[in-house]
Design a protein around this ligand. Structure first.
Ligand code: SER
Length: 330
């Protein structure tokens, strides 16, 4: 039986992943700094910080953890506001969990499968089109730097493990902006897209007259993925028997969008919903260094990532019906 540790289990990706894997016949430990937002049966909930070495070590000692999904992190704009905390959580905390997983694999003579969510924030300083995994990577933000350091650290530990025949099997995805019909994120640079979707969906029900105020220029293009595809991809990557590739971090996306693309599509469904622009330099300057689209060929080849959407179907067949259903129920 698998024993799965999920950190950041209250977060946007963590909570969706928890809800998917809870159906498996596995022992699950859900770890978050805040008190749990769910109350699923047979889950061990732990409220603590991932930089608490004592508790992390204890967890790995007490349970033979076989899979780790490590989502606990500060997002890009929160990291800019608090760089010291970002380094502590995004780097030191991640290293602690990777090292503990590695030690546990060594002790038990197996490989602990380790998932790390990286980000398009590792790119920069110039905006790339169809960025490949190995394209110019000089992140300008503290968040991008944190993510890159851990991508590399995980890949090194992976190499070391394969030489020693135990330790960790490190797998990672460089996520574009994530759009969820269930949560409105904050603290990120790509937040405008999900915020617009939710603003449009609640606009009608609240008869709200206000426009959405977008802090990013209307023609700034960024790559995106829906939360369901994001979680499906994580599970697909983590379930693949063996990823032979030396490359441990893969690019994936569903569509590339500008604020202008989003408003045009949303207005088809919500004709009165509108947008105004009030550009914030601290967000714009970050978005300008992130790619406008990603090359996903490696993910397709190595673990069969697939994508069926274009911009229109992404909204019309997926996001809008799902968000309407969500607000219809709440
Ligand atoms: N979506 C994240 C952010 O905007 C990037 O990983 O910070």
């Amino acid at each position: 039986m698998e024993t799965i540790l999920i950190t950041g289990s209250n977060g946007e990706i963590g909570s969706q992943l928890l809800s998917s894997v809870k159906k498996n016949n596995a022992k699950i430990i859900a770890f978050d700094i805040n008190k749990p937002i769910t109350n699923y049966k047979n889950i061990l909930y732990i409220k603590d910080t991932i930089v608490n070495e004592k508790i992390i070590k204890k967890l790995f000692n007490n349970f033979a953890i076989t899979q780790v999904y490590h989502f606990a992190a500060l997002l890009s704009q929160s990291a800019i506001k608090n760089p010291q905390l970002a380094k502590q959580v995004n780097e030191e905390g991640s290293r602690l969990i990777i090292n503990s997983a590695f030690d546990s694999g060594m002790k038990n003579g197996n490989f602990v499968r380790f998932f790390f969510p990286s980000s398009i924030a590792v790119y920069g300083p110039r905006k790339l089109i169809k960025a490949k995994e190995a394209d110019i990577i000089q992140p300008t933000t503290i968040y991008g730097k944190n993510k890159l350091v851990i991508e590399q650290y995980g890949a090194e530990k992976h190499e070391q493990s394969y030489k020693l025949n135990s330790g960790i099997d490190f797998r990672s995805i460089r996520f574009p902006g994530i759009i969820s019909p269930y949560t409105i994120p904050n603290g990120g640079t790509t937040d405008f897209a999900p915020q617009m979707l939710h603003a449009a969906a609640t606009f009608l029900s609240k008869n709200n007259k206000e426009n959405y105020e977008c802090k990013i220029d209307k023609s700034t293009k960024l790559p995106f993925i829906g939360i369901h595809k994001a979680v499906e991809s994580i599970i697909q990557l983590m379930s693949a028997d063996d990823i032979q590739s030396k490359l441990r971090t893969f690019n994936i996306e569903e569509v590339s969008l500008t604020p202008n693309d989003i408003i045009r599509i949303l207005q088809k469904e919500f004709p009165k919903f509108n947008i105004s622009y009030n550009i914030e330099e601290k967000l714009q300057s970050v978005a300008d260094t992130w790619p406008d689209s990603l090359n996903c060929e490696k993910a397709k080849k190595e673990w069969s990532f697939s994508n069926k959407h274009d911009k229109k179907s992404f909204f019309m067949e997926y996001l809008i019906p799902t968000v309407k259903k969500y607000y219809g129920r709440h």
